[in-house]
Each structure stands twice: as structure tokens, then as C-alpha cells.
Design a protein around this ligand. Sequence first.
Ligand code: WT7
Length: 655
Amino acid sequence: MTKETELEARLEQKERFEPPASFIEQANVSDPDIYEEFEENWPDCWERAAELLEWDETHDDVLVDDDEPFYEWFVGGRLNASYNCLDRHLADRGDELAIQWEGELGETREYTYAELHREVNEFAAALRELGVGEDDVVTMYMPMIPELPIAMLACSRIGAPHSVVFAGFSADALATRMNAAESEYLVTCDGYYRRGDALDHLSKANEGVDGVDHDTTTVVVDRLGDDEPHELDDTQRDYAELVESQSGADIDPVSRDAEDMLFLMYTSGTTGKPKGVKHTTGGYLSYVTWTARAVLDVKPDDTYWCAADIGWITGHSYIVYGPLALGTTSVMYEGTPDYPDKDRLWEIVDRYDVTQLYTAPTAIRAFMKWGSDYPAAHDLSSLRLLGTVGEPINPRAWKWYYKHIGDESCPVVDTWWQTETGGMMITTLPAIGDMKPGSAGPPLPGIDARVVDGAGEEVAPGKAGYVTVNRPWPGMLRTLYRNDERFLSEYWEAYSDPDADEWVYFPEDGAKIDDDGYITILGRVDDVINVSGHRLGTMEIESAIVGVEGVAEAAVVGGDHELKGEAVYAYVILEDGYDDDEAMRERIVAGVEESIGPIARPESVVFTPELPKTRSGKIMRRLLEDIANGEELGNTSTLRNPDVVSDIEAKVRGD
Ligand code: WT7
């Protein structure tokens, strides 16, 4: 064995890693007493988060819980999010970079805090002139271009909540979300680049607006320039012209109540209808700022890079709000990690001297497959910390990341959280907790997360159970937009005991806990699947498939996938007279892309004459998952139609 392979083998076996001493020395948070301090001083401990912001008025109460589970945080406090992300940095850091943007084709755009502040003011003035008032929801349907965070901050400046719809979602998905939020304003763009090709985005946006059942005004950013001209109709305005017409405008940041809505974010749940998660100005902003500082160790002089998309909560919290509230430089990259070559990320880290990288396990698995020569060809020594988010990370991928990207000298934080939690909930603090590959770590200070059985009792170490959060936290969602009832039933009903005044939040994830309190997340236990870190509702995909002509019934499950984590498996029953041929398969795939987007495209479509059902008529999804994963099937005798299982299995195996 060479020395190198011997070390490799040792790393392979190692299951516990201490935070590097060089990191501890300089960390924002390095005193282990923080856990106890938060515990002893709860909920006032959260003032430490609020103190990271500048308030127009200080709160009267940290937490008001008169109407559980409709908690209120920093009650009586007033602030403006865009002021906190921009204005307050101007004196000291006006000429420092706020956003370091790189387009897929290699062009770059840099915004200092002063420049970002300028354009945000101008666009805020333009939005006002278009008629946007306080509390009007403005929808954004944009890829990773600087105008997206600018539009978000412009909205927050005038107290208009934003609702960002991921650019990869379909026109239908956009229409559904604009209708649900009664949003009359849309900010979008003509197109963007993917793998070097210009993609038309405006046609999709226009088609979406056609499906909106009220009048709308659209602002269009010209991303593609004169080579790819586009036309605007009389409900549409050009972004650059609007900003130009407001040149030099100053808009006073609107002082918002801590509990006023900062934004809405639609996410998938058990039913086919997306949920409008409501986040507030004071609690959310405090929480993401605090966690970005404590967990990602963000400092003003850093060049920090979260390689997520702002269309998801990760980008809201940890590309835009948290990092900018801390006055750091946040890197934004428009494109894919393998264009023009598979070292694009490492080239960016090298060129900008990136200090922290926060990305998803699905990306790490791809890097691992591409091989360590790509990162090895670049100088990654500027990196100080690595993070992952969005799905469980297998220990092999964790160790690869730790070794080949972090050179065994950067702590890796595996951060568990959700759209609903606003910010991170379970992770090690990078200078305090040992890292255990595959396990997210203990709950953050002040967070009471547990692993319980079906009755809410804590399970023994090593046993599988469910995650619950038994105390509120500032970044929590306040409700589902205009749907308090669903908020209660989705998140609180399972484990709360209202008579005893016990309120327990249920995130719908499975987990196990070790003796040392470290929690390993085992994945969703509802009908949500996680494809490449993207959250998709199986019911949404099923209803898209059933919408295809000739489809009688469909069941969708997540099957294991080497790169994506999970992939969409669709089992489809056709109506009489339709053939289960390639053309039908293609129509089904197209139907899913049209109603949700390419991210929900089924990996496999299996035609079957029947679905396995219990005697009461419930589809046995677990069985379909086992078939997708090629696993040994358990007892099928409770099925109404046990024979169907072997038929489906044979089809999947391609017999
Ligand atoms: C679901 C939430 C967190 C922002 C991006 C996703 C899964 C998230 C982890 C992790 C294992 C994770 C959970 C969660 N998840 N982080 N570190 N380890 N699983 O937000 O789209 O709301 O999805 O992602 O299943 O419930 P989201």
C-alpha cells in the first residue's frame, strides 16, 4: 500500500472529524457554552439574533404566544430589510462588493454596496410608479441574474412582499402561484443561458400570464441583448428604461412591523396544491443573519458563495438576505457547473478567492463522479468552510468533499432545514462540534428538535423516528398564505396537544438520533420527494400525468438515484384504446414538463394494467418504491390484487 492509499483508507474509516484549529481561532462563534446560554435564557437568547440588525424601533416582547401556534417574534419592533442589507453598510462598506456575478458565458458584473443601493432605490421608485403599494405581492420569475436580488430588495424597501417562482418551473406553475397570491405584478426576463445556448424565458412567462385570472403588469429585464430581440406588449415595461427614468431616485425604506410579511415562497406538500409559506420581516431576517454568521461563519471581508438558485429558499436566506445583512460579498453564478467544462466551480473559487462554499449533495455526487482531477487543477486554498444543504449526504460524498475540496482543513456543515423553517435548524457549529459524515449534527442553540415515535415519545438512540420541533424559533413560517387551516393541519396536528397547550411542529422528515445527540436525517415521510435537492410533490406530478389524454390513473414515487438522490418513478394505467408505446411515454414526460417543469420529468414510466391497492383502495406506495429500488418485497397479502406486483416488477426489470 502506498502512503497515499493508506491515508485514503484511513479517511474512509474515520467517522469523526474535529474542527480544524486554524478555523476555531478565527470563528465567529467558538465558545461551546453557547448551547447552555441559549437554553438558560430562552426565548430572550434570540435577542442576540435581533441585535445583528438595525431596528427603527426595538421590540417590546421577544416572543408572544397568546395564540399558539401563531407565534409572533420581536413584537412591537420595526425595521426595513433592504435598509439592513444595504443602507447601513454604506458608510463603512459602500465601495466593497455586495454581489459578484458571473454569467454562464463568462461575463461578469460587480455591484458594490453603493451601486446595489442605487439600483434598488431606482427600481423601488419604478415599482411604486407602476402602482405597487405596501403589501402588494410582486412575483418574480427569473433566473440567476443580478436583477433578481435587486427586485427582491426593491420590494422589501417599499414593503411589498415578493413571491419568487423558480425559473425552471413551467408557465402553468407560474400562473397557479400568481393566482393563489392574487399577485398583479411580475418581474421576469427575456431569457438566459444554459450550456452556452440562449433560452427563451419570456414566452414561458407570457404563457403563464395568460393563465392568470386578473390584470397584470410585467417588467422585463433584457438579459440576452440585441442578438435575441424580444417584443413587449402594452402590459409590459422594459426594466432598463424604468430604472433609467428613475435615475438618482431616493426611496425612504418603509418601516415595517417585525411581523409584517417579507415574502411568500410556494413549496410542495402532500396535496397537489403548492403551499404559500409566509415569512416575516423581523423574525426571518434576524434568524437568517444569525445562522449565516454562526454556521457559515460569514464575515464582511469574505467572498462567500452559496451555489444554490435564488428561486429556492436556500438562495433567499443564504445568497440574498443573510449574507447582505452581514455586509459580505455574495457570489452569484448564472449557469451549470459543467459548462464550459467540469471545473467551472473550482475555476470560480480560484479566481475570486472564495472563502465559503455552500452547495447541495447532488452537486457533490456529480463532482465526485467527474473525478478529483478537476478540483486538483485549481488553487482552492482560499476556502475556509464548506456547507451542504437540501438532502441527506452519504458519508462517501461527504468525505470526498472534505478531502478534495476542503483539503481536510475546512469544517463541513451539513445543514438540515426547510422552506418553512426559514433558516438552518440542525447542524454542527463549525468551530465547536465534531463532524460525523452523514449526520447533520445537534440542533442549533435555542432549537428544540427531537426524534420521536408515532406517539411523540423520544426514541432510543439508533432507532428510526420522526423529527419534531418542540419550541418556536424566530425564522419559522407564520402561516400558509390565506390558509391558516392548512397551516394547522399540515404542521401542527400530528404531535400537538392543544388541550394541554403543547404545540409541536412536524417537518415531515424521518431521522435517527445517536447517543451524543447527533441527528441523521432519513428523508421525507410524506408524499414529497427530493430530486437533486428540489422538493416535488408526488400528487402534483400525478395530476400532471392524469391530465395527459389517454391516462386513466397514475402513481408517482421516489426511487433511489445515484446522482439525483431520488428520481421520479411513474406507474401509469392507460384508458382502453391507447397504446403503451414510446409516443405515449413521450407525451407523459411532456405533460409533466408543461405543468411543473423539467425538474419533475419522470426517470421511468411504467405502464401497468393495475396499481397495487389495499382492500380499502389505497395505493401501496411503499411497495412501488421498493420495486423502483429493486428491493426485496415484503408481505403483499394485504393487497386486494397481489398478482399485480409481480407483473409490475417484471416490467421494471424489462422482462
Ligand atoms: C427538505 C426541505 C433546506 C433548504 C433547501 C430545501 C430535506 C434539507 C437536508 C439535510 C437531509 C435535508 C428534508 C427537508 N433536507 N436539508 N441537510 N439533510 N435532508 O428546502 O425544498 O423546503 O426541502 O429537504 O427532507 O424536509 P425544501
